[in-house]
Design a protein around this ligand. Structure first.
Ligand code: UD1
Ligand code: CA
Length: 447
């Protein structure tokens, strides 16, 4: 179920699109559902349906997930009803998950399915110190399932119950849809509650079971931003502890670092304060990542030093490189092994060859630079003519003088050089040296 707006988020964005650990809430749930290898995963969408669908398809194969549209958000019962045509005649077990309960694990779901066996419905519950806001599980004198009462409909006595409905259930598909037809909206919220279904099933003599989950974290819902932030904190702590204990990564100040649970970091790498590592980034062994750096969807080799305050996204850094301080790599920038990028240098869609250096105040965009070349301070590849982007190719063993403008498209051959302040508008032959504005060859070949 992922069709609701999420009023309590006070947001213009559908709740299930809010990010947890760098991914929309709904995708955490879809991922867990997929782990069960079910016959079908169906996402009920409604509020911002296209965006929710887009977010799901951004991460999951369209062949593996279907969507049901809930036109109006009339409650969780109505949400499940939106998928009626898919499931009402199927002899299957249907697991209902909530898009806003993202930390549920497949282990717990397997246990739920196992316990379900011949029941018409099995409710996953949990005991909470503070059950406020959740539906309460009411048990009968035999301690069997009696009903679920929503917070807003609960009597003072029912509000004392500390066992809550997780919003996760296993159903006999046919029985679910038959009972759903009897659900009314005569409650405090005027909604069709899915939580009425187990009560109806029980009243008509069907078996309704309860599985009490012992991990409250797994079934916590995200209803407001405070809960979202609390959950983010739990995941972050878990990730960093795992990296310290299992991977051997040093964090100087673990509390100030943000690492995606999908990132990998190698042994003996040291992470300084205020570092953010996002997405599926992979960082090798024995690296040093200094304070204030953000690395997103990038790959970093071994023994790399990334100095203070760098931004590295969608890029790749080889072994034994040095980057920064204050460098910016983006758009598939690639630094080969032992290359260096210094302060105030930006690389966009650029390959910097082995052992080459761009140490100061430089923009290299849509460029390739060979091996052992030096790019002087203040060099700029003028790659944009106002309409199109053009490429710059620089060979091996090239010396680009300080403040050179390379007006693309342009090629500078192996062993060539440019003088300080040159504006290079024509290709430079291998071994040639050019000066001036516009740059021209002067002396014969450099040696
Ligand atoms: C629900 C349960 C409550 C339980 C809690 C656990 C009901 C009536 N109540 O309450 O017993 O303790 O979850 O977290 O089911 N949704 C739709 N369409 C709708 C309404 C909701 O798709 O018309 C989706 C939402 O996007 C969300 C999920 O269903 O992902 C749960 O809805 P929400 O409104 O958050 O239910 P709760 O009030 O938390
Ligand atoms: Ca909820």
């Amino acid at each position: 179920m992922a069709a609701g707006l999420g009023t309590r988020m006070k947001s213009n964005l559908a709740k299930v699109l809010h990010q947890l650990d760098g991914r929309p809430l709904v995708n955490h749930v879809v991922e867990t559902a997929m782990k069960l290898s079910p016959r079908e995963v169906c996402v009920v969408v409604g509020h911002q349906a296209d965006d929710v669908k887009g977010a799901v398809l951004n991460e999951f194969d369209a062949a593996k997930v279907t969507f049901a549209i809930q036109e109006k958000q009339l409650g969780t019962g109505d949400a499940v009803n939106a998928a009626r045509s898919q499931f009402e005649n199927s002899d299957s077990t249907l697991i209902v998950l909530s898009g806003d309960v993202p930390m549920i694990t497949s282990d717990t779901l397997f246990a739920l399915v196992k316990a379900h066996s011949d029941a018409a419905c099995t409710v996953l519950s949990v005991k909470l110190k503070d059950p406020t806001g959740y539906g309460r599980v009411v048990r009968d004198e035999n301690s069997s399932f009696a009903s679920i009462v929503e917070q807003k409909d609960a009597s003072d006595e029912e509000k004392q119950i500390d066992e809550i409905n997780s919003g996760i259930y296993c159903f006999d598909s046919k029985k679910l849809y038959a009972a759903l037809a009897q659900v009314k909206n005569d409650n405090a919220q005027g909604e069709y509650y899915l939580t009425d279904v187990p009560r109806i099933l029980r009243e008509q003599g069907d078996k309704v079971a309860i599985v009490l989950c012992d991990n409250r974290r797994e079934v916590e819902g995200v209803n407001d931003r405070r809960q979202l932030a609390a959950m983010e904190k739990v995941i972050r702590k878990r990730t960093i502890e795992r990296l310290m204990l299992d991977s051997g990564v040093t964090f100087i100040d673990p509390k100030s670092v943000y690492v995606s649970s999908r990132a990998q970091i190698g042994r003996d790498t040291v992470i300084y304060p205020n570092v953010t590592i996002e997405g599926n980034s992979v960082i090798g062994e024995n690296c040093v990542i200094r304070a204030g750096t953000r690395i997103k969807e990038s790959k970093v080799g071994k023994r790399v030093e990334i100095r203070d305050n760098c931004l590295i996204r969608d890029s790749e850094i080889g072994d034994e490189c040095t980057v920064g301080p204050m460098a910016h790599l983006r758009g598939n920038a690639v630094m080969a092994d032992t290359s260096k990028v210094g302060n105030f240098v930006e690389l966009k869609k650029t390959n910097l060859g082995k052992n080459s250096k761009a140490n100061h105040l430089t923009y290299l965009g849509d460029a390739t630079i060979g091996e052992n070349s030096n790019i002087g301070a203040g060099t700029i590849t003028c790659n944009f003519d106002g309409v199109n982007k053009h490429e710059t190719h620089i060979g091996d063993n090239v010396k680009i003088g300080s403040d050179t403008m390379l007006v693309a498209p342009i090629t500078v051959g192996d062993g060539a050089a440019t003088g300080a302040g040159s504006v290079v508008t024509k290709d430079v032959e291998p071994g040639e040296m050019v000066f001036g504005v516009p740059a021209k060859a002067k002396a014969s070949k450099v040696d």
